[in-house]
Design a protein around this ligand. Structure first.
Ligand SMILES: NC(=O)c1ccc[n+]([C@@H]2O[C@H](COP(=O)([O-])OP(=O)(O)OC[C@H]3O[C@@H](n4cnc5c(N)ncnc54)[C@H](O)[C@@H]3O)[C@@H](O)[C@H]2O)c1
Ligand SMILES: [Fe+2]
Length: 381
């Protein structure tokens, strides 16, 4: 057996952990910081608390508050120009995956030449990046600990990923209190994204014993807590569980990558702007049924992990996970493709683009055809 497993960030976890931010910043001797967030994080009152912490550290700062969901190359370049002009030497990113991914991408351009679009793919970032303190407010993408930044190239109309250990945040402040204000639909969508990460990385053809261990542990915590966090957004034990589950799961997919669910979701978001978690969740159960044909034993591992009773008949048990995930998406109000505004006339174009997604290379079932993708889209419609 031989494999590589990469972990980097210093993680400060716990309710109220945000209070540690000023001390962490001081530890870096930053001369000037950029604080990155979006309008929702500002409206929730979280951005102001972060700014107050940066002021307590007594360093100059600039704010970039123009993050959009599914951030684009253009927004990255705009923020990078501002960061370079202000000569910032560190970042504080507070928000969901969109804010943290944007900060990671801007950070690439602080120490590496050219445009962000040149860094798509794996291990393209040659120079180390500046300190980045990631403060997640959703649970979540795990972007706070992963080596991934997901961006949209609006010219090519693709969602692509920069995957590089150089872009991992140096510090994480994981404060479950910051997720209290997440609306229920976002809690459901981002939570289903996390569950997708656990499941896809567990069955990935890059999986190793260490990624499998983290995927199973992450899934069991997420599956137990997501319905509770959706039923009552003030259930802080559930919120805390979700944040912990995301971090554990992040260690898995950061190393084992993802699969066909994300290939379809990225294509849907690139063309029609679908929220990432919703796009994943609506196809996840069907892709799991599809993948079950090639990795039935692993499907049973996942089913057992979430407490499902297995019969011992592999031909039946391999579908239990997909069935349970379908029931969960219904319970949480995940929208179908048609409810998310997708029209059947676009299926053909979407299927062609899904087949070009590099992430398909990690999916356990290979030889995916256009007909397969069309069938999955039809089921999720
Ligand atoms: N880097 C990675 O490893 C990785 C993994 C998965 C997904 N992603 C990417 O992350 C992005 C999605 O991130 P996301 O799902 O966290 O959503 P998001 O960051 O786009 O946020 C969704 C919405 O929730 C709001 N919001 C966030 N926190 C809030 C809070 N505490 N209170 C109230 N509102 C709040 C935001 O303002 C926004 O309107 C996608 O672009 C996706 O591709 C990255
Ligand atoms: Fe995701």
């Amino acid at each position: 057996m031989s494999f590589n497993f990469f972990v980097k960030s210093n993680i400060d976890f716990g309710r109220g952990a945000l209070a540690d931010l000023s001390e962490i910043i001081k530890g870096y001797n930053m001369k000037s910081a950029m604080i990155v967030y979006d309008g929702g994080v500002k409206a929730a009152g979280i951005a102001d608390k972060v700014v107050a912490q940066v002021e307590k550290a007594e360093i100059p700062y600039v704010i970039f508050d123009g993050v959009i969901p599914n951030p684009t190359n253009e927004v990255v370049e705009e923020a990078a120009a501002k960061a370079k002009e202000a000569k910032v030497d560190g970042f504080v990113a507070v928000g969901g995956g969109s804010s943290i991914d944007l900060a990671k991408a801007v950070n690439v351009l602080m120490t590496n030449p050219g445009k962000i679009g040149e860094y798509g793919g794996m291990n393209m970032v040659k120079n180390p990046c500046l300190p980045l303190i990631a403060i997640p407010t959703t649970a979540g993408t795990s972007s706070e600990i992963t080596n991934v930044s997901a961006l949209i190239d609006t010219e090519k109309v693709v969602k692509y990923v920069v995957i590089d250990n150089n872009i991992v945040a140096s510090d994480v402040i994981a404060d479950p209190e910051l997720t209290r204000t997440v609306p229920v639909s976002v809690t459901a969508a981002t939570g289903m994204d996390a569950i997708t990460h656990a499941v896809e990385s567990y069955i990935s053809n890059m999986a190793t014993p260490l990624t499998e261990y983290n995927a199973l542990k992450g899934l069991s915590i997420l599956y137990e807590n997501l319905p509770k966090a959706c039923a009552d957004g003030n259930d802080m034990d559930a919120r805390e569980g979700m944040m912990l589950g995301c971090i554990i799961t992040g260690f898995s997919f950061s190393n084992a990558n993802l699969g066909l669910v994300h290939g379809i979701a990225h294509t849907l978001s690139a063309h029609f702007g679908l929220a990432h978690g919703m796009a994943n969740a609506c196809v996840l159960p069907y892709v799991m049924h599809y993948n079950a044909e090639v990795c039935p034993e692993k499907m049973v591992d996942l089913a057992k992990t979430i407490g499902l009773e297995v019969s011992g008949d592999l031909d039946k048990d391999k579908y239990l996970l997909g069935d349970a995930l379908l029931a969960l998406t219904k319970q949480l109000g995940i929208k179908t493709l048609s409810e998310q505004g997708i029209e059947k006339k676009d299926f053909d174009m979407l299927a062609d683009d899904v087949l070009k997604e590099p992430v398909l290379g990690f999916n356990p079932r290979q030889g995916i055809t256009k007909e397969d993708v069309l069938d999955l889209l039809e089921k999720a419609y």
